[in-house]
Structure formats: structure tokens, C-alpha cells
Design a binder for this molecule. Structure first.
Ligand code: GCV
Length: 723
């Protein structure tokens, strides 16, 4: 009878008693710090035992994660049983509760309904079993159990009541993917957290512990796939040695429900096998890709598929052979289809020989292809029509291709939002885009409903985030950048989650659920992205960053070869006013939106002020909603941005008693950098625009610290993220 009772207490206590880790951020949101007395006791009371009958790798991970997390959070290691003894742990209080992990396979006749939860969803329910309080975590599969286990830990860590739980949750998006822009030489394009975490050189032999921690972190927020290499791809990643390396990672990630994908270079058949062309309609080319896909699937049976950047920024593609993006995508799709793979074809395209507004080019290329893509292709669209700016209106392709699954591409790494050191929480940016109404099928046709498939009935759905992960000890280049990774995962699972609630969860798990911490830190975070918009590119301005590295202000640049590489192309400031005329009198990019929205955007008086200069060229003396002139308002926005950062510094300084010194100091120092750089952005922008607008600063506004030439002379040859 006792033979089936397994006691893991010693192992669990050893886990708990591991040497106290420095708070260097490595533990992310998973360090399960012990909350104040009351919650710790409640956790111990509800989770004196973990009943986990499964024996598969994933079920064991779910069990171990619970034991590890609960031990750390409550200070008491739960007993582990296989459940056959009922809920009461041996020697435990008869009132003590247990966590019961179960699937229909392990426990037929479960007292919860699991239909609608699919393979990845879960249910959590408080019940009485054999007279004992039990929290049932149930799912159709072990992966669902793992997600449920992490969800339970999230509740415990955030101080939620664990008494009467009745939760059902399933992901709204099928594909929830990180896109790594990691190069085979270890550099990361637009990476600000050190070198790549993939040690390609020593793979497949050396598989360091960080890979498993990476999988844990991602699984804990529901991410279920990772594209390992940069979309600016090298063919080498498709050679046998690199397939073996990818396979080693796939083996590690599989028990966490995470599949690997690869970015591919269009001309790989020519570069690797000497084919004369990469024409997608050439049978030899198609056969090459089919053989390559077969080879990959022999090594990685659950390989996810391919991500492609084609005919964009110098990358080759099917258009080089007079073919369309659909021709290219469908040829690759046929190669992976027999294995259940998919193709994600990026819509980030613009051409140097196309004089049309850059913001219009992707729509012009892709909209006519709607309905022509194979059923295992998604078109992956950046959130806005230019390129991950601090603010952009949503991309007009959302809602415009009803017969094609569109996948969202967000950028988690902050290429344009202060890179590693600015505290600019991206949750509100993601939320703003997802909630935007495309009006494609009338009011309520939000971007979230386009990408979760509900608007047009698509089953293949997804959201990708360009990762901000590197080999830095804190993974993301700063503690607060971890929140962006976290928010991405949570929103990919449920695009309706409010950014503020996500921030609260993250702060509670990362620092403390103490309201003296969550209150001010969440408040800081929530306004931080708007502050960056204010001090960098207010009122709808965009792409005014330094050339190439995109670090710091350079609105004056106007001499680069391609027009759309120049900041001056985007702001179009002249003696009369500022802004890009995208109405009928200008590029008519507004015409790419649904008529109801286009009508709103066509008039500067009805255009949301936050997007004003994106859509309109507005006179310097035009009146804003506040009653002030555009010029004065612009200056005030810059000042508001700087003031917000100064305020974050004050708030953060007051939190010293509640935050460990390592993470406190990093944030304090980084806020100092941000303050300095916000001022620089403000001063350089005002110095430049004033030289064009030729108007005095509004009363009370201070003059820039230096003259314009000083700002123009700054050079940053070693700025990171631009290998
Ligand atoms: C991977 C922008 C970035 C590039 C990036 C490109 C893309 O242009 O600056 O670094 O290249 O977007 O998304 O393909």
C-alpha cells in the first residue's frame, strides 16, 4: 500500500535550500519569492501535497515545477504522491490541501469538462476529494497540465486567493512564437542583451543549462515555438551540421511544448547545391526544398516550419524570377506540408526602386495575393506599416486579406524604444495595436480578432515577437525588459488581457506582491512607453533615429541613398509645417484602410492626435485640441516625456527599502541613462525643428543645452545591435 507513495520532500527541500541566488535577474519572473506571512501560509495550506500520477517527461516537469515553486513560495516542501492515497499527505494535517494534476488518460471521469480546451489549455478547480480540499489542475494533455501548473504558480505568486478556484483557459492563438534575429556567429541583430544564447559552435554536444531555463520561462507564459535564426538568414543553417544543432535544441524544448522553426534564405538551393536558379516554379528548386524538408524532419520530427524574409532589404526572393510572394510561399509550403509544417511569409517588404510611400508598399504587394496562399501559409505582418516605431497606426493589411491567415509580428527587443536601458514597458503598445479597430467587418473588427482567426474563421493563427533575449545574465539587457517578453507571451495566449494586469502580475512575481511595490512600479511602467513617444517622436512622428544603429535622435539626416532611409523623409518638416501627408493630396496611404476608418483619418480634426503627423502635414500654427499651436504643443510633448522619466527616478528611489540592491541599482542607473538620453532627444529635436519652424519656444520651455551642430556631430560607431 505504501509502495505507491513517493516522498520527494528531501529533494524538494534541497531545491529550496540551494545557495541563495544573487538577485541578478536570471530567475526572471520564476523565482517564486516567499510572499509576506499570510500568503505563504495560504500557499502551504493549499498545497501540502502534489498528486501527480503521470510519468511522461512533460508531466514530470509539471510536477517538479509545482514542487519547486511552491516550496520556494511557502517555505514548505509539498509531499509528492501518485494520488492513490487520496488527498491527505502522509503525516500532514487532515485539513491540508493538495494539488492534483490529472488528464482524462490518468484519471477517467474527471469532475471537470475539458472540451474546448484543446491540447494546450487547462482547467483549475477547487474541490473536495475523499473529504479533503483539493485543487485539481486538469487538461487534455500533459502540455496542458504544464500550462496549468504555471498558471497555478502565477496565482500563488501574485497573492491571489486560492480558495475557490474555477478557471478554464485555452490559448486564442495557435502559434505563439519568438523570432530570434540571432546570427550563426553569435551576434544578434537588434539585440541589446549580449551575444546570442545559442552556442552554435559547441552545439550539438554541449547543451548548457540555460537552454532548459529558456524553455521553462517560455512555457510558463505559453510560448510554444521559437525561430532560432535571423530572418536575414544564411544558407548554412540548412546544412547537415546546423540541422543537427537545431535538433539538439528541439530535443530539449520538446517536453516544454516548444517547437523549433528556421528562417531560410531564398537562394539556399543555389548556394548549397549549385542550382542555377531559385525560381519557385522550377521543379528542380521545388525538389531541392522537398528533399531539404525531408532531411530536417528526419532529425526533428516535430519541426515547426520556415520563416521567410524575401525581396526585402536586399534579401533575394521569388520576385527576382518574376514570381509572386504567393508562388514562393506555396512552393515551400508544399515541401513541409506532408510533415505537418507551416510557412510564415513576412510582409515586411519595400523596394528602393519603388517611389511610392514606404508605408503603402507591403499592402500593394500582398493585398492582391489574398486567397492565393496554400492552407499551411501565414503572412506575418509587422504591427505597423513602417518598422516597430514607438507609435504607429496598425498595419493596413490587418483586415484587408480576409482569405489569408495573418500573423502578428511585434518587436520585443527595443530597436527604436531606447534599446536596453530605457524603461519603456511595451504592454500598452501591444494592447493599443491589438485593440485597434480595422472596421473590416464593421465596428469591433479589432486587430486581435483578425489575428486570432475569429473575424474570418481561420484556424491557423499566430503571433510572433522578435526576441529581446541574449546571453546577459538577466537575459534581456535589463530587468524591466523582461516584462516585455512576459507581456508578449501572455498576450499571445490571450490578446484581450489588459497590459496593466499583465504588468501587475509581472511585478508581483519579479519583485514582490506587496502593494507598496506593485502600486508604484505598475504606475511607472504604464506611462513609460507614452513617455518615450513624447521625448522621441510625439504626435505621430516616426523614424527619426540615427542611421543604421537607430540609437538617438537624427531628424536632420537627408542625404542617404534610399529616400526612405532618411529621417527627413518621414517628418517632412518645412517652413509651413510638419508631417507626412498621407491623404488624397499626398500619398493616399489612408485609402488602404477600411472606408469608415479612412474617412476619420482623412480629416486632421478627426484623426486621433497621437497619429496626427503620421497622416497629415500640419501647419506650425495650427491649433491642437489643447488650444495651443502645433509648435508649442510639440515642445510640450518633448518636455512631458523628459519630466515623466524624472518622475520615474523619484518613484524608483523611494522603493529602495523594498527591492534587493542588485536590481535596485541596475534600474536606478539605467533610469539615469534614460533621463540623460530623453533630454538629449528633446534638445536635439527641438534644436533641429526650431531651425525649420523659426518660432520662439513657448514660455517656460528651456533652450536646448547645445546648438544644432553639436547634436549633428555626434557619432556612435560601436552602438550595439547593428552587426
Ligand atoms: C532583421 C528593420 C531592422 C532590421 C531588420 C528588418 C526586418 O529594418 O532595422 O534590422 O532585419 O527590420 O524586420 O527584416
Amino acid at each position: 500500500m505504501f509502495a505507491r507513495l513517493f516522498c520527494w520532500t528531501i529533494a524538494a527541500v534541497m531545491t529550496a535550500a540551494a545557495p541563495a541566488m544573487a538577485e541578478d535577474g536570471y530567475a526572471l519572473w520564476l523565482h517564486h519569492a516567499r510572499p509576506n506571512g499570510g500568503s505563504a501560509e495560504a500557499i502551504a495550506r493549499h498545497a501540502a501535497a502534489v498528486m501527480a500520477p503521470g510519468s511522461g517527461a512533460t508531466a514530470l516537469i509539471a510536477r517538479d515545477e509545482l514542487v519547486r515553486g511552491l516550496t520556494s513560495a511557502s517555505g514548505i516542501a509539498p509531499v509528492v504522491t501518485d494520488g492513490s492515497q487520496g488527498a491527505s499527505p502522509q503525516g500532514g494535517s487532515p485539513q491540508a490541501g493538495a494539488i492534483w494534476l490529472a488528464t482524462p488518460a490518468s484519471a477517467p471521469g474527471l469532475p471537470v469538462k475539458l472540451d474546448g480546451l484543446g491540447d494546450e489549455g487547462y482547467a483549475i478547480r477547487s474541490l473536495i476529494r475523499n473529504g479533503q480540499p483539493v485543487t485539481l489542475i486538469a487538461a487534455n494533455s500533459d502540455i496542458g497540465l504544464l500550462h496549468g501548473a504555471y498558471a497555478y504558480l502565477r496565482l500563488a505568486d501574485t497573492g491571489a486567493s486560492l480558495d475557490r478556484l474555477d478557471i478554464r483557459s485555452a490559448p486564442r492563438m495557435k502559434l505563439r512564437l519568438l523570432n530570434h534575429w540571432d546570427n550563426l556567429d553569435g551576434t544578434v541583430e537588434r539585440g541589446y542583451a549580449g551575444q546570442s544564447i545559442w552556442d552554435w559552435w559547441r552545439l550539438p554536444d554541449w547543451k548548457g543549462p540555460r537552454y532548459t531555463d529558456y524553455a521553462r520561462a517560455n512555457a510558463s507564459i505559453g510560448i510554444n515555438g521559437t525561430v532560432l535564426n535571423n530572418v536575414n538568414a544564411r544558407s548554412d543553417s540548412l546544412t547537415a551540421p546546423y540541422i543537427a544543432k537545431a535538433a539538439a535544441l528541439a530535443d530539449l524544448f520538446r517536453p516544454y511544448g516548444i517547437k523549433v522553426y528556421l528562417s531560410v534564405k531564398w537562394t539556399a538551393p543555389m548556394e548549397l547545391s549549385g542550382l542555377k536558379s531559385a525560381d519557385p516554379l522550377d521543379p528542380q528548386v521545388a525538389a531541392w526544398w522537398k528533399a531539404k524538408a525531408d532531411e530536417i524532419y528526419r532529425a526533428i520530427p516535430d519541426f515547426g516550419g520556415f520563416l521567410v524574409k524575401a525581396n526585402s532589404e536586399g534579401q533575394p526572393g521569388p520576385q527576382d524570377y518574376g514570381r509572386t510572394h504567393a508562388d514562393g510561399a506555396n512552393m515551400l509550403a508544399a515541401a513541409v506540408k506532408p510533415h505537418g509544417g507551416i510557412v510564415m511569409w513576412r510582409a515586411f517588404v519595400y523596394a528602393h526602386d519603388n517611389p511610392d510611400d514606404r508605408a503603402k508598399q507591403a499592402y500593394s504587394d500582398f493585398k492582391p495575393l489574398d486567397g492565393q496562399f496554400a492552407d499551411n501559409v501565414l503572412v506575418q505582418v509587422k504591427n505597423g506599416p513602417i518598422d516597430f516605431q514607438p507609435r504607429e497606426p496598425f498595419h493596413p493589411l490587418f483586415g484587408a486579406m480576409p482569405r489569408t491567415p495573418l500573423m502578428m509580428e511585434f518587436q520585443i527587443t527595443k530597436e527604436y524604444l531606447g534599446q536596453s536601458t530605457h524603461l519603456t514597458y511595451l504592454g500598452p503598445l501591444f494592447e493599443e495595436v491589438l485593440k485597434s479597430d480595422t472596421f473590416a467587418r464593421g465596428k469591433g473588427s479589432t486587430v486581435a480578432r483578425v489575428i486570432d482567426g475569429s473575424l474570418e474563421g481561420h484556424k491557423l493563427t499566430g503571433m510572433a515577437g522578435v526576441a529581446n533575449i541574449g546571453a546577459d545574465r538577466d537575459w534581456s539587457g535589463s530587468i524591466f525588459n523582461q516584462a516585455d517578453w512576459y507581456a508578449f507571451g501572455r498576450l499571445a495566449w490571450d490578446p484581450d488581457l489588459p497590459a496593466e494586469a499583465i504588468a501587475r502580475e509581472w511585478v508581483a512575481q519579479t519583485f514582490s506582491p506587496d502593494p507598496r511595490v506593485t502600486g508604484p512600479v505598475v504606475a511607472m511602467m504604464m506611462g513609460s512607453r507614452e513617455a518615450a513617444v513624447d521625448y522621441m517622436t510625439p504626435l505621430g512622428l516616426a523614424h527619426l533615429m540615427g542611421t543604421g544603429h537607430h540609437y538617438g535622435p537624427a531628424p536632420w539626416i537627408s542625404d542617404l541613398a534610399r529616400p526612405e532611409w532618411n529621417p527627413a523623409y518621414y517628418h517632412k518638416a518645412d517652413a509651413q509645417g510638419i508631417g507626412f501627408d498621407r491623404t488624397r493630396t499626398g500619398s493616399n496611404a489612408i485609402g488602404q484602410y477600411a472606408p469608415r476608418l479612412a474617412k476619420i483619418l482623412a480629416d486632421p480634426r478627426t484623426t486621433p492626435e497621437r497619429d496626427l503627423l503620421w497622416f497629415h502635414h500640419v501647419g506650425w500654427d495650427a491649433k491642437l485640441k489643447s488650444g495651443e499651436t502645433l509648435w508649442d504643443g510639440l515642445v510640450h510633448h518633448y518636455d512631458d516625456g523628459v519630466a515623466y522619466v524624472a518622475n520615474m527616478q523619484t518613484i524608483w528611489d523611494s522603493l529602495r527599502p523594498y527591492i534587493d540592491s542588485e536590481r535596485f541599482t541596475q534600474t536606478q542607473v539605467f533610469l539615469g541613462i534614460q533621463r540623460r538620453e530623453a533630454q538629449w532627444w528633446r534638445d536635439a529635436s527641438i534644436a533641429y525643428f526650431q531651425s525649420i519652424a523659426r518660432r520662439p519656444l513657448p514660455p517656460g520651455a528651456s533652450a536646448p543645452e547645445h546648438d544644432l551642430d553639436w547634436y549633428k556631430a555626434r557619432r556612435f560607431p560601436y552602438a550595439p545591435g547593428h552587426p
